[in-house]
Design a protein around this ligand. Structure first.
Ligand code: DOR
Ligand code: ZN
Length: 390
């Protein structure tokens, strides 16, 4: 048997790390073997590189339609590939929030033909529209506090929406900050303090228990928040910026919701990644430099371009196992949202991200593909390299 293509290398998935020959036919994995396979096209990826199931970013804001000056499906797709991301889940907080079937259909039409797989969330704000959108979305987004866009919901409305979402067996991603604990402090991380996240996660988990909604807690920033999710065995996201930066580094550029926290929080989030039961998601939230450097800078940082380099940093400098990496970069998201990918098995999509762990890459604003043209990692040298998305 001669396969269309054979990929030989050191693979890493949720099961472990192994050298293999993978035969590919029509975009799918047709055969996995420890012995050499024949292919019309043969690619050998030598150690020390790792071949992972292609990365999935479960939390991205591509800004279209409405904020195309910040990002578009086209520019965001290239930024994703630059970072090793092959599938991304796009958020609905736009100037006209995606809360009706009509808006959803028109957004999906715009995202056709991109070089990455783009999936869509809808807002859960419009109780009457939730069911209508079910077939077209990966899940629903719930804002418990105001952030970019204007789709905050009361806890009462959240509980009602959660019941509807549970009844159609779809997931919901919760942005957890409780506005009742916001302060008027001038520092962003004090204005939206850690307690506000912890309280909101507690309330959200209560709603999960009551309604049975399948929940994902977005961008957990605190040690307590991570512990609550772990104890409740509820899916949650960890962002690169909440692991890499602390609130001492907070600045207009490094301003986001929830804000940066303390070293102990970075450590707890790193532990969650090591344990492998969460998702590494960027919360890619591009805003233009002129906005970030002006009065009242908006919250959010871009992250797609640097996803893969953050992964190699985890591998090389933080000793996160390749198996845990495979879980947090694709396996868990694929399983949680019911997406193809996230595993290296016969019948699975032949989509891979190759991370090189040798050498270094210095990140520069000039090298990123996001339309906003900057990255919080500007000037920072990361070990390793994103070699390919196959
Ligand atoms: O920092 C953030 N930026 N947090 C959010 O919740 C939204 C995001 C954005 O869309 O800019
Ligand atoms: Zn977000």
């Amino acid at each position: 048997m001669e396969y269309e293509r054979v990929l030989h290398g050191r693979f890493a998935d949720a099961e472990g790390v192994y050298e293999a020959y993978v035969g590919i036919e029509k975009g799918k994995i047709a055969k996995i073997s420890g012995n050499e396979l024949k292919g019309r096209d043969f690619i050998s990826i030598l150690q020390p590189h790792y071949v992972f199931p292609a990365f999935i970013d479960a939390h991205v804001h591509l800004r279209e339609p409405g904020w195309e000056q910040k990002e578009t499906f086209a520019t965001g797709s290239v930024a994703a590939l630059n970072g090793g991301v092959k599938t991304l889940l796009d958020m609905p907080n736009l100037p006209e929030p995606i809360d009706t079937l009509e808006r959803l259909e028109s957004k999906i039409a715009r995202a056709q033909g991109m070089p990455v797989d783009i999936r869509h969330f809808a807002m859960a704000t419009n109780a009457g529209e939730i069911k209508k959108m079910a077939q077209l979305v990966v899940g629903y987004k719930i804002y418990t506090a105001k952030s970019t866009g204007d789709s905050v919901m009361s806890w009462g409305a959240i509980e009602k929406a959660s019941s509807v979402i549970a009844s159609i067996d779809k997931p919901a991603t919760f942005h957890c900050e409780d506005e009742s604990l916001f302060t008027s402090a001038s520092r962003h991380s004090d204005a939206r303090p850690r307690e506000s996240e912890i309280l909101a996660i507690e309330k959200a988990l209560g709603i999960v228990e009551k309604t049975g909604v399948k929940a994902n807690i977005a961008h957990v920033s605190t040690e307590e928040g991570a512990r609550l999710c772990r104890e409740a065995e509820v899916m949650h996201e960890v962002t690169p910026h909440h692991v890499f930066f602390t609130k001492e580094q907070e600045s207009p550029l490094l301003k986001m919701n929830p804000p940066l926290r303390e070293k102990k929080d970075c450590d707890a989030l790193l532990r969650a990644l090591r344990e492998g039961n969460c998702m590494l998601a960027t919360d890619h939230a591009p805003h233009m430099l002129v906005e970030k450097q002006g009065a009242n800078p908006p919250s959010g940082v871009p992250g797609l371009d640097t996803y893969g380099l953050f992964v190699s940093w985890l591998l090389k400098e933080k000793w996160v196992s390749p198996r845990a990496i495979a879980k947090v970069t694709s396996h868990n998201a694929a399983k949680f949202f019911g997406l193809p990918g996230g595993r290296i098995e016969e019948g699975a999509p032949a989509a891979f991200t190759v991370i090189g762990t040798e050498g270094n890459t210095t990140v520069h604003n000039s090298g990123v593909k996001t339309k906003c043209g900057w990255t919080p990692f500007d000037g920072i040298t990361m070990p390793g390299k994103v070699m390919h998305v196959i």
